[in-house]
Design a protein around this ligand. Sequence first.
Ligand code: HEC
Length: 114
Amino acid sequence: MRSHASVSIAAAVAACFVILAPAAQAADADSAQALARQNNCFRCHGVEKAKDGPAWKEVAAKYKGKPEAAARLFTHLTTGEKAKFADGHEEEHKIIKSPDPAKTKNLIDWILSL
Ligand code: HEC
């Protein structure tokens, strides 16, 4: 029950961002990388290099020109959806711990800008 509630809250928050976020605002790279470091994202991701997860430059390339990308990644980072690892096994993706959804959004904008 609890997890369902948090999934729909995350979806609602993601929907708000789609409406409210000024699309062209530049991401704050320092703040984005600090949040990624705090969350150990770099254990599985490099900016240039794939580790257990894809390189973030590849993610940016995959979503280039797709307007739904930021909302998609917000769901990815806040709901613990299944992630497929390089060796083929699947587990729930890490849910980001962030003091503020705007910081999560900033990290997503930064990844998509790479
Ligand atoms: C334990 C390893 C691991 C950690 C830690 C991790 N990730 Fe991932 N991540 C993955 C894997 C594996 C995938 C590939 C998922 C797939 O394609 O099914 C992925 C995919 C992604 C994607 C691409 C999603 C898409 O729709 O293509 C993004 C963006 C991402 N992770 C960001 C993050 C961020 C930000 C953090 C830190 C909060 C993080 N990851 C922490 C393993 C990890």
